[in-house]
Design a protein around this ligand. Structure first.
Ligand code: BTN
Length: 235
């Protein structure tokens, strides 16, 4: 594993995406990012004390393309259960890419495809206390426990656990993995609004299904969603 450490960089995802000789398990870690990227073009607040890192996964030609749709879920699952080993708290997985603790976001995941590689970027609030503009929506491990953590140790545990989870996924353990994901499904039973392209619908979220989509009860219908932005409905 090659590790690239930066005191400051624009974005660790951008760094690996543009790296010509990228290899599987290459890992980029930043203390601070000045242009951290979130999903749908959002900015990711990247202050010191957070775990800010990206790593590369080579597209395995033995795995069908649609199986990779489940990758964000697999990353979220693996990250959640890694965190439980570090600090056994009641984390929830918010389909499709976020981890929550006590109704506040503790981590965001950005998966991007470039040539034969998936670049998996994770922002995890660990030691940071100043969540700035994300204050009422974000939470860090230190805020919850009062402890300080060794960031590099946390990151290496998460990356190594991910590759173990990916091996389980490859040998056909998706069903068992999905069961564990559904145990920590943040959206389950909540009224949510789904903004899908220009259309907005409201319904009650159910389970995450075998194909990685989310089941939503909209009126008398059961619908499945695989893309679009999703929010909890405002009361
Ligand atoms: C999201 O919640 O929208 C995803 C946020 C992902 C942020 C991480 S921080 C490390 C990596 N580098 C980036 O620029 N983004 C990801």
């Amino acid at each position: 594993m090659r590790i690239y450490r930066f005191d400051e960089i624009d974005s660790t995802n951008r760094f690996l995406r543009e790296k010509d000789d990228v290899l599987e398990k290459d890992l980029a870690i930043a203390k601070v990012q000045n242009a951290g990227r979130g999903r749908r073009g959002n900015k990711w607040v990247s202050t010191e004390g957070a775990a800010l890192f990206s790593f590369a996964l080579k597209h395995d030609l033995g795995i069908q393309d649609e199986e990779y749709m489940k990758l964000p879920l697999l990353v979220g699952y693996s990250l959640l259960y890694s965190l439980k080993e570090i600090e056994n708290l009641d984390y929830k997985f918010k389909w499709t890419n976020d981890l929550y603790l006590e109704d506040k976001k503790i981590s965001g995941i950005l998966v991007e495809k470039i040539k034969d590689y998936y670049i998996i970027g994770i922002g995890l609030n660990v030691n940071n206390l100043n969540l700035e503009e994300a204050k009422d929506k974000g939470m860090s491990l230190r805020e919850k426990t009062g402890k300080e953590y060794d960031l590099e140790e946390v990151i290496l545990t998460i990356v190594s656990d991910f590759f173990k989870s990916f091996e389980e996924f490859k040998i056909g353990k998706w069903k068992e993995i999905l069961e564990k994901i559904n145990k920590v499904n943040y959206l389950y039973g909540r009224r949510i609004e789904i903004v899908n392209f220009d259309k907005e619908e409201s319904g009650i979220a159910g389970d995450i299904l075998e194909d990685g989509t989310l089941e939503v009860f909209v009126g008398n219908e059961i619908k499945k969603y695989n893309i679009g932005s999703i929010h909890i409905a405002k009361k």
